[in-house]
Write a protein that binds this ligand. Structure first.
Ligand code: RUQ
Ligand code: CUA
Length: 654
């Protein structure tokens, strides 16, 4: 047994070495020089716009970055699960509630898989959802403002990895736990894992009008690791598929102990059936504690509400709701083709790629042809559901995307390549190396009924020699392939931020015309907004001082404040009075134990400052907003705690 373990370990060790060293350097040299037609394909002339937006997850940055394709230019970092001093997100009083969880204030996360909302299986460009993997959460980004609008915590979960994929009419965004845990959480020996730990799969409904999320139900599944998930579509709409690994239910040295079974499962969940069951009163209300945080664009303020209960469903109580499809070998990604007919299990320790047939699955279910059960959930026979196998695709398949022309593109981590193959005949059509060790790949709309099969982006784990070195830490590399012809062509290479796991791409024409330019001042419902400079004031309430301030090119109102004392807590509530596109103003105060603010036209934000020393202390605008930007500044006089100087404020002596 021990020997076997070490053999297995060293086998993968060798494969990893092969994948990350010399092997690929040769390939690099041979395709290192791109021809000039490749350069033309990615060249977006100054002043011209890209054809696609690409939203890349930030991994351990906790955020999301926005790129243009084909240029690879980065447009924006959208702060999601992590505090972001650039704008004050998570530091301003208005946005602190976005980080509230049952664990308290959690200012960082590991964001993985963005997915764009759909209508009838096609991208509609209203919202983007992304999961926080570490402290289980899902965020909704508003694609008019490109800001985080909502974050919901997912209880009874740990490692929210099989998330945040959506159904084809954005009915649900789904979250599945990567780590099974005791449910409810309690103090038990880790060795009692088997049979006692459970995996919760959460179905979170989306309000069709405002996008608000609500946990409709959770499915209490066996204690496997639920790795990734994808929705059915077209004929398979109503089903959701989740990969599992560690069906061994090991709790230690998983690299060996969770690699024992020849096959793990894809769990096929008929969510429509469960929806019907819960609508008719099924399920058990379970006490719970999780945060629901919503940002209101009109008050420019987030609120956090603690929810106290979830509806838990035991899958064995809902006949016909869940089946297991045996799938070799610790499958990572599960992907559904645009027609909804085929379910691809990317068995990461296998050289072959398994494709299941939705029709065969339904036939086997109807014929009740089962191969036993696991914890009361029927297991279908591998041969009965198999549509085909992609032979010798590569080593270490992780993820598959589709081009809408009947082809699939699978990423192979260990052999470091993208392989194009034909859906239905399972033949390899083309293969191209990646530099190096690709994780996820992305085709705009690749997880929908209507992919835009012009580009494939590979998101690679290892950068090594691709760019000028920057010390031990390198940004990850993305590569752009033109997939419009029969053969893939590598046309560009660009660094990404954090660690992109998945990305979501969308034609620019679906988003750009709707992109918001300013917040309207007459729509500003922030309770502390100053809507006219005459309303600016400074008010003392005990040792709290509230400064109600406005800003416009190129001054603050007021810009001289006196009567502040050491020990006060000063709240600057600042409203930007600009109503022109792209005229933010910034605010920073000397010695502030806090980030600054960047305030968009029409917006109000609040920053807290606790002065520690008597003196006269300046603040200023941090964004170069006009020729007189350097003049956009002010002073606060701070007196000793014992002083009795009254609060006063002025602009130009008034
Ligand atoms: S994922 S490639 Cu496959 Cu969450 Cu990282
Ligand atoms: Cu306002 Cu610089």
């Amino acid at each position: 047994m021990k020997n076997y373990k070490f053999q297995l370990l060293s086998l993968f060790g060798v494969l990893l070495l092969l994948s990350s060293c010399g092997n690929n350097n040769g390939q690099n040299k041979s395709s290192g020089a791109l021809n000039s037609s490749a350069a033309e394909k990615v060249y977006v002339a100054p002043g011209e716009h890209d054809e696609f937006y690409a939203f890349m997850s930030g991994g351990y940055s906790g955020n999301l970055t926005v790129y243009g394709l084909p240029s690879g230019r980065m447009f924006k970092e959208i702060p999601v699960f992590s505090q972001f001093p650039t704008t004050g997100y998570g530091y301003s009083e208005e946005t602190k509630p976005m980080f509230n969880t049952s664990f308290g204030f959690v200012p960082a996360d590991d964001s993985h898989h963005p997915d764009i909302s759909q209508t009838n299986g096609e991208l509609d460009g209203r919202w983007l959802f992304i999961n926080g993997n570490n402290t289980p959460r899902i965020a909704r980004i508003d694609l008019q403002t490109f800001e985080t609008a909502e974050i919901i915590e997912v209880p009874n979960s740990a490692g929210n990895h099989s998330s945040s994929f959506i159904t084809e009419n954005t009915e649900y965004v789904v979250a599945g736990t990567r780590f099974s845990v005791p449910i409810p959480q309690r103090d038990i020996p880790i060795k009692d894992y088997k049979g006692n730990f459970k995996g919760a799969l959460s179905f979170i409904s989306i309000d069709p009008e405002d996008g608000n999320m609500e946990i409709k139900f959770q499915l209490m599944m066996p204690g496997f690791n639920y790795d990734l998930s994808h929705p059915g579509r077209g004929k398979s709409h109503g089903w959701f598929f989740f990969t599992t690994y560690n069906t061994e239910e090991a709790n230690s040295l998983l690299e060996v102990n969770a690699s024992q079974n020849d096959k793990d499962f894809i769990a096929a969940v008929n969510w429509k059936k469960i929806e019907e069951y819960v609508t008719n009163g099924g399920g058990t209300k379970m006490p719970s504690n999780y945060a629901h945080n919503v940002y209101d664009e009109h008050t420019h303020t987030a609120t956090s509400t603690m929810k106290k209960e979830v509806l838990m469903v035991d899958p064995t109580k809902v006949p016909g709701a869940v089946y297991f499809l045996p799938t070799p070998k610790s499958p990572h990604g599960v992907d559904v083709d645009p027609t909804g007919s085929f379910i691809i299990g990317n068995g990461k320790l296998s050289a072959d790629l398994t494709v299941h047939s939705f029709d065969k699955m339904i036939a086997a279910i109807e014929a009740k042809k089962f191969d036993g059960e696991a914890y009361g959930i029927p297991i279908l026979k591998f041969e009965d559901v198999l549509a085909g196998t992609l032979k010798s695709g590569g080593l270490g398949p992780l993820h598959t995307e589709f081009d809408g022309k009947g082809n699939a593109y699978t990423t192979f981590f260990i052999s470091s390549e993208v392989v194009k193959w034909k859906v239905g005949t399972w033949e390899v059509l083309d293969r191209k190396p990646t530099f190096y060790s690709v994780g996820h790949g992305m085709i705009p709309g690749g997880n929908s009924r209507k992919p835009f099969g012009k580009y494939f982006v590979s998101m690679n784990k290892i950068t090594k020699d691709r760019y000028l070195p920057t010390g031990p830490e390198l940004e990850h590399s993305a590569q752009l392939y033109d997939i419009s012809g029969d053969k893939m062509e590598l046309i560009y290479d660009f660094p990404t931020h954090g660690e992109p796991h998945y990305a979501a791409g969308i034609p620019a024409e679906l988003l750009a015309p709707k992109s918001k330019k300013i917040y309207r001042l007459d729509d500003n419902k922030h309770p502390d907004a100053v809507l006219s400079p005459d309303g600016a004031k400074v008010v003392r309430k005990g040792n709290e001082v509230h400064v109600y301030m406005s800003m416009i090119r190129s001054h603050f109102t007021p810009d001289n404040i006196e009567g502040i004392k050491v020990g006060d807590k000063v709240y600057f509530h600042i409203t930007n009075h600009e109503q022109d596109f792209d005229v933010p103003h910034g605010f920073m105060m000397i010695g502030q134990n806090n980030s600054g603010l960047l305030i968009m036209p029409g917006q109000t934000k609040t920053s807290v400052w606790e002065p520690k020393q008597p003196g006269v202390w300046p603040f200023y605008c941090t964004d170069f907003c006009s020729a007189l930007h350097q003049e956009m500044q002010g002073y606060v006089r701070v007196s000793p705690a014992s002083s009795n100087i009254e609060i006063s404020w002025s602009l130009d002596g008034d």
